[in-house]
Each structure stands twice: as structure tokens, then as C-alpha cells.
Design a protein around this ligand. Sequence first.
Ligand code: GLN
Length: 478
Amino acid sequence: MFYNYMNLNELTIKEARQKLDQGEISAVALTQACLDQIKKIDSRLHACLLVNEIDALQEARVADQRIKAGDKSDLLGIPYLCKDIIMTKGWRTTAASKILENYIAPYDATVVRKLREAGAILLGKTNLDEFAHGASTENSAYGPTKNPWDETRVPGGSSGGSAAAVAANLCLFALGSDTGGSIRQPASFCGIFGLKPSYGRVSRSGLLSMTSSTDVIGPLTKTAYDAALVLKTIAGQDDLDATTTPEAVEHYDQVFKSDQNLQGLKIGLPKEYFLKELDPLVKEKIMAVAKKLEMAGAKLIDISLPHTQYGIPVYYIVTPCEISSNLARFDGVGWGLSHITKDLQEFYKTNRGVGFGPEAKRRIMLGTYALSAGYYDAYYKKAQQVRTLIREDFIQAFRQVDLILTPTSPHTAFKIGQQVDDPLAMYLEDIFVTGASLAGLPALSLPAGLINNLPIGAQLIAPRLQEGIILKVAGVLE
Ligand code: GLN
């Protein structure tokens, strides 16, 4: 059978796997097709901060040998892109910040090591909001990424480069990180699948820390099945990350084999996510998803998550506090930017002053303030107390239902520049995604159709470590 060489990059992982295993295509051809697509359109999109053609093709040749020798690993020979906040040995890793402009990672993040061992092919690194602070990828020190559906619009953020790359078929999947929506919201804006695993399901070792208590690495993919394959490969306990959980990793791809019947499954619709202010067009799309689930046998149940309204305020206290501490290490001494000055205080000031962009500085200041002796109890401690209430809301809800369905984002992708100078408006983007992050729960954004030719996502949230049920239901919807 003849396959158009140029279109191999459009395959899903599942399709590519079959063709690789049957010898219909080679990993080199697949990789070349992705590299060609990057060359063709990434000068416009700016999804990639780095592309390493030579290493990628070399890895592809090795993958072809392994395939020939009968190795049938799920991701063997599958090309991917990695958010540039995840360490890749010997490659520049910038977090889209000037302060790490010339930083070469000395080791692989655990997820990257696992993907290497599985034979996945790393093509390059994707753009993001600096240190993952943002919801539009406009906070990158290297310029914004454009949404492939409409290049005058943002791809969402902070994993906007990864989402745009998958949507534009620059790769078969991409890795992102999600601290408060950064995988799910760009997946919604770009019309793809974005899975934030449970906190502790995937190792954070080698992920540059933003908010250590909510950071999670996860896949952005073209299908739910592909997300299952990637998660299965990257998940698991890791000696290098004490917050990873010892529970065995499920065979997530097996959930798709069982029947498509959702009889007995209870899906909760939290009233706080469907307020009258919600755009009726968005509501219509999410309710259409709910209807499909009902038709597959699920039961829809109205529920309440009463502390939802505190999600954003709590997130924007906890997050800057952890950021102010995590970014303290970038002082110009150990790594990254290093302008030499005559005294030490000036050295710090110069390097941090030049190295960090406005949003990182805003968060460092907010966090330092909220953690200061006089305000600690009023802000940080209070926020952590309310965070417990938010988590308890979910625990209560999951006594009634198996899964929660909500919108991922209150609207479709907005215009580049539209709200870049309004940090509060940007923070409100996260209204539906911070809850699952603060509670450490797995959540997936899946395509729920188009509004005026722009994608919109629906979000499924499950109890801790129940990624399997999310993927199964997403598979039924597909
Ligand atoms: N929009 C959120 C923020 O700016 C998302 C960040 C993230 O998940 N990395 O903090």
C-alpha cells in the first residue's frame, strides 16, 4: 500500500504503531515527515524553541533497527515534542526565560528518560509562558505561539507550544506540564486531548519547578487512546521524586478494549461550573457531551462543589508563594545568565532583573509578600485552609458520582494581545481548571466541537489515580 510520505505526520500513535510494526513505514520516514512539517509551518506558528534534526533522525534509525528485531514497545519510533521546561540531556532547556537562555540540561527528566528507553523520538522543545506562568504563551521571552486554527489567536497556555504542535501535526504527541490548567486549557483552545494525571502519578524529576505541590507532567495527543499509551509509559514511582506514588501503573490502553457501555456510571454536573454567566454556546457544547454519555448508559447527576469560587484566589496565593521560593535558585551563580558586577547584591539584582520577565517578577513579589512574617497567617495559611475545603468538596462529590463533567475554559481562544496587559483577566482564564490541580486529581480536556470555527474542550475529572475511567469515557465519546 502506498502512503503519501508528506502526510505520515498526521497519523495518530495507534495508526503509526500498526504501520511501523507491519513494515509499511519506517521510523525515519515518520520522523522526516514531522521535521518537514515543522520546516513548512513553524516559522509562522512558533511552536518550537528548538528542533534537533540530526539527533532525531539518528534516534529514528536506531528505532527502525529495534522494530526489525521484533521489539513492539508502544512508543517505539514515535516522534514527539517536549515542553521546554522539562530537562533534556545535552539540549538547551530554557523554560522560555532569558535567565536560562544558554542553559544546557545535564541530565534527562525521568519522563524523557522513560520515553528514550521506550524508543520514542525527541524532535525538539516547545514554547511556553516563561516558567509556565500564564494562559496564552504570550509570556514567553522568545515571542508568542500562534493558534493553528486561527493565527491571530493564542494557543492557550502555558503549554501552548505543545498544544499547537499536536494540532498542526508537527509531531504525533507532545509533553506538557499542568500546575493550574496548563495542559488542559491549551488542549481546549487547540482542539486536542490534554491529560493532567493525578499529582504524584508521574515523576517531576527534571521538571523545572513552578508550584511543587501541584505540578504534573502529562501528554497532549490527537486521541484518548494515544494519551493512554503515553501515560502508561511515563507514569510510575521514581526514586528521584519522593512525591510519586507507589501504586502500580495501570494498563491504561486496556480500558478501550472493554465494551462501550457506560451503564451504571454516574456523571456529576457541578452547578458552580454552569452559572448563568457561562456563555450559552459553551454550555450547549458541554451539555451535548453530557447527552452522549447519557445515551451510552451513564446517569447524569446535579452536584455541588460549594468552594469552587475560592479556587482562583487560593491558587493565586499558593502558586506565587511556591514560585517565589522555587525561582530563588536562579541567582546567576549556579547556572544560566551571569552578568559579572562588582558586588554581590548588585550581581543578584542585575541577573534577576534582566533574566526574569514581568509575570515571573510579579509572582515572585506577590509570593514573597504573602509569605512575609506579618502576612503569612492572613494569606498563605488561610489559602491552605481553604484549599483543604476545596479538596473536601471533591471527596464529598465522589461519594455520589464516579466522574465530574465541566467546561475546560469559559470561551474559545482569544486574540493575541487582547488581554496580555491585564493579569487579572488572564488569571480568570483558569476558573474551571484550578480545582482539580489544588485537589491533586486527574483531569482531561477533550474536544467538544467548534464554536465559530474555533475548538472548545470539555473537562472530565476523576478521583485520585482513576485516570483509567477518564480515558475509557473519553474513548466512548470519541
Ligand atoms: N494559567 C495558570 C497560571 O498562570 C496555569 C499555569 C500552569 O498550569 N502551569 O498559573
